[in-house]
Design a protein around this ligand. Structure first.
Ligand code: AP5
Length: 224
């Protein structure tokens, strides 16, 4: 079966993590979330975590040289060989160019970049109600995506918490950073014929159905 190498692109709170959780099961893909990797590094107090924390707390991007090596190494590991879902990477043009070069060197290529579109006011509403599990960052929402048992993750049983960067002021900064530094990647991937757009204001299940159908078609086309 052909490998699916996919980027999930979109503003903070677009639903990238929510969709990645579902799609990794559908297509047996490795979910690589740079946000989750960085938060784990902060929690563990590693050198990477110490460097990343100050940027994350301010809602800014960690420097390209910090994150590029982490991801290009991760994509060479055994469990990434049958396809991957990148969530939160790339976020700048240098990151996108580094990914393109790294995949070329490995004789691999991107299948598609999935843009989940959501307006700013929806982002602010969603992120103020988001809760994530302490262990792996599985996302929930106090109104629209509640766990089966209050404050407990359905998947791994760990406690649900609010992320430090989900305060409204930091969310607005993250949106500004997205619009300035990450949104230009929409044209970058469109010019390469890789961009697929999805309406992220639909329900999580509708967005999932739409993306799943698109990826299934892309895989089929690749096999013909
Ligand atoms: P990261 O963790 O990647 O944050 P983000 O991109 O801002 O994305 P989020 O995790 O906030 O949102 P999401 O789109 O995954 O939405 P979710 O599914 O949770 O990055 C954090 C920080 O790390 C950055 O600010 C930066 O400092 C650093 N960083 C990370 N990668 C980096 C990189 N490559 N370079 C430099 N720095 C980097 O959903 C949100 C909420 O909405 C949830 O409550 C969910 O239940 C709900 N929801 C989801 N879908 C729907 C729907 N369709 N309808 C209604 N509610 C929904």
């Amino acid at each position: 079966m052909s490998e699916l190498n996919v980027i999930l692109l979109g503003p903070p709170g677009a639903g990238k993590g929510t969709q990645a959780e579902r799609l990794q099961d559908d297509f047996h893909l490795l979910h690589v979330s740079t946000g989750n990797m960085l938060r784990a590094a902060v929690e563990e107090g590693t050198e990477l975590g110490r460097r990343a924390k100050e940027y994350m707390d301010r809602g800014e991007l960690v420097p390209d040289d910090v994150i590029i090596g982490v991801i290009t190494d991760r994509l060479q590991e055994e469990d990434a060989q049958d396809g991957f879902l990148l969530d939160g990477f790339p976020r700048t043009r240098p990151q996108a160019e580094a990914l393109e070069t790294a995949l070329k060197d490995l004789g691999r290529s991107l299948t598609a970049t999935l843009l989940i579109d959501v307006p700013d006011d929806v982002v602010v509403r969603r992120l103020s109600g988001r809760r994530v599990c302490q262990k792996a960052g599985h996302p929930y929402h106090v109104d629209t995506n509640r766990p089966k048992h209050d404050n407990v993750c359905d998947i791994d049983g760990s406690r649900l918490i609010q992320r430090d960067d989900d305060r409204e002021e930091t969310v607005r900064k993250r949106l500004q950073v997205y619009n300035e530094q990450t949104a230009p990647l929409i044209d970058f991937y469109d010019e390469r014929g890789l961009l697929k757009r999805f309406d992220g204001t639909r329900t999580p299940t509708e967005v999932h159905d739409h993306i799943r159908a698109t990826l299934a078609t892309l895989r089929l086309e690749d096999e013909i």
